[in-house]
Design a protein around this ligand. Structure first.
Ligand SMILES: NC(=O)c1ccc[n+]([C@@H]2O[C@H](COP(=O)([O-])OP(=O)(O)OC[C@H]3O[C@@H](n4cnc5c(N)ncnc54)[C@H](O)[C@@H]3O)[C@@H](O)[C@H]2O)c1
Ligand SMILES: [Zn+2]
Ligand SMILES: [Zn+2]
Length: 377
C-alpha cells in the first residue's frame, strides 16, 4: 500500500510499504477514504518529538471496513466508519469512565494511545491506503447513509471537532458565557464553533493569521488580531475590563509572539490575564514533558514560567489534556446528520495522498489559505 512516512525533520515521503493487516482477532481493517493533516502532526514534522523514522503518520481517519477479525461482532464489512484518534480498549479503569484518551491497556506504561503518533504506542497512522484498527468494536464510529456526501464533515469527528468541543467542556462553557480562545487553527476554530453551539454569548478568537481569523468571523466569533495590538488588552476592552468567563488554549507549547518567535509560556499567561476572576481555563493545546529542541531553558525540560500567583489570586480553575474523543463523537455525529453542524468549513485543501509532502510544507509554514488539508488516498 502507499503510505506517508516520517523520514526526519521536515522530511516526509509517500512510499510503497507492506499492507496493514489484521493482527489480532479484535482488529478491523479499514480502507481509508479521507485522512487529515493535523497541527499535532507538525510537532513531529518539525522534529520536535522523539517519533521514530519510518513511522506512518496520520490520526484523523475515515474509511470503509474491508475485513474484520474473528472476535469482532458489532462492526461489519462494508460499514463506513470514523476512527477516534485515541485508540482505546473500552474495558480499563479510565475507558470505563469515558476517559478513552487515557486508556491504560493500549500503550502499557503510559495512559493513552493513538495512530501514527510519537509516544502513543506502536500503531501505524492512516495517511495510507489501509489502517489496522485495534479493538474495532470499540474504536469504530459507524456513519449514517449520508456519509459519502458529508465525508469532509464526518472526518472531523476523528479529532478536531471533539477536541475543540473538549476544550469548551474543560473550560466549563455554558450558554450565555463569554469565551476567549487562543489559536485560530483547526482546533481553535472548532472550539469557537462548539462554544457557539453551546450558546455562548460572546466568542473571541485570538491569532495573527488573517485567513484563519476570517473563518472565525464567518461563524460569528469576534476575531482578535494579536498582530494589531495586544490581545489581552483587546479582550479586556470587550469584557468591561473583567476578562472572559471562560478561556481555551488551542495552540500548545510551540506558541509564538507577534514576530513568530516561540515563547512557550505566552498563551497560558495571556489566558490567565484575559479570563475573569473565578473563570475556568481549558487547555487542549499540546504541552510535552520534555522538549530538547526548544530554545528556552525551561521548555527543554517541559516547564514554563506560569503566572501562578495571578492564577491563584483570581481563583481560576484549569483542566488539561488529550480529548476523550469517544465521549463526544456520537453526539457530534448526530448534529452533522441533522444538518445542525458543518465542521468542514475549516477545510482549505482536498488533495490526493501523493501530494501530502507538499501539503505538509505549506500547512507547516501556515501559508496564507492553508487552514486544513484533507487527503484522499
Ligand atoms: N488535546 C488534544 O487532544 C489535541 C488534539 C488535536 C490537536 N491538539 C493540539 O492543539 C493545538 C492546535 O492544533 P491545530 O491543529 O489547530 O494547530 P495549528 O498549528 O494549525 O494552529 C495553531 C494556531 O495557533 C496560532 N498561534 C500561535 N501562537 C499564538 C499565540 N501566542 N496566540 C494566539 N494564537 C497563536 C497559530 O498562528 C496557528 O494558527 C496543537 O498543539 C495540537 O497539537 C490537541
Ligand atoms: Zn489531530
Ligand atoms: Zn482502556
Amino acid at each position: 500500500m502507499k503510505a506517508l512516512i516520517y523520514k526526519g525533520p521536515r522530511q516526509v515521503e509517500v512510499l510503497e510499504v507492506p499492507d496493514a493487516k489484521i493482527e489480532r482477532p479484535t482488529d478491523v481493517l479499514v480502507k481509508i477514504t479521507t485522512t487529515n493533516i493535523c497541527g499535532s502532526d507538525l510537532h513531529m514534522y518539525e522534529g520536535r518529538t522523539d517519533v521514530e523514522t519510518g513511522k506512518i503518520l496520520g490520526h484523523e481517519n475515515l474509511g470503509v471496513v474491508i475485513e474484520i477479525g474473528n472476535a469482532v461482532d458489532r462492526i461489519k464489512v462494508g460499514d463506513r466508519v470514523c476512527l477516534p484518534f485515541n485508540i482505546s480498549c473500552g474495558f480499563c479503569k479510565n475507558c470505563e469512565r469515558g476517559l478513552t484518551g487515557f486508556c491504560l491497556t493500549v500503550n502499557p506504561g503510559t495512559a493513552g494511545g493513538a495512530y501514527g503518533f510519537a509516544g502513543m504506542g506502536p500503531y501505524s497512522g492512516g495517511q495510507a491506503e489501509l489502517l489496522r484498527v485495534p479493538y474495532g468494536d470499540v474504536n469504530c464510529l459507524k456513519l449514517p447513509p449520508d456519509s459519502e456526501d458529508k465525508e469532509n464533515d464526518y472526518v472531523m469527528l476523528s479529532d478536531v471537532f471533539p477536541t475543540g468541543y473538549h476544550a469548551t467542556e474543560l473550560a466549563g462553557v455554558k450558554s450565555g458565557d463569554s469565551v476567549v480562545i487562543y489559536g485560530a487553527g483547526p482546533v481553535g476554530l472548532m472550539a469557537a464553533y462548539s462554544a457557539q453551539l453551546k450558546g455562548a454569548s460572546k466568542v473571541m478568537v485570538v491569532d495573527t493569521h488573517k485567513d484563519r481569523l476570517a473563518l472565525a468571523e464567518k461563524i460569528g466569533a469576534i476575531a482578535i488580531d494579536d498582530g494589531e495590538g495586544n490581545a489581552v488588552a483587546q479582550i479586556l476592552e470587550l469584557t468591561k475590563g473583567q476578562g472572559a468567563d471562560r478561556g481555551c488554549e488551542c495552540v500548545g507549547y510551540q506558541c509564538c509572539n507577534q514576530h513568530n518567535i516561540e515563547v512557550p509560556n505566552l498563551t497560558m499567561n495571556n489566558l490567565v490575564n484575559s479570563v475573569a476572576a473565578t473563570g475556568t481555563l481549558g487547555v487542549v493545546g499540546v504541552f510535552i514533558p520534555k522538549d530538547p529542541g526548544a530554545e528556552d531553558k525551561l521548555a527543554k525540560q517541559g516547564q514554563i514560567a506560569f503566572d501562578f500567583g495571578k492564577f491563584w489570586m483570581k481563583g481560576q480553575k484549569m483542566a488539561t489534556g488529550q480529548a476523550n474523543v469517544k465521549a463526544y463523537n456520537r453526539k457530534l455525529r448526530d448534529l452533522i446528520t441533522a444538518d445542525l453542524a458543518k465542521p468542514s468549513f475549516i477545510i482549505s485543501h482536498e488533495l490526493p495522498l501523493i501530494q501530502a509532502p507538499e501539503a505538509y510544507k505549506h500547512f507547516d509554514a501556515r501559508d496564507q489559505g492553508w487552514t486544513k488539508v484533507v487527503l484522499k488516498p
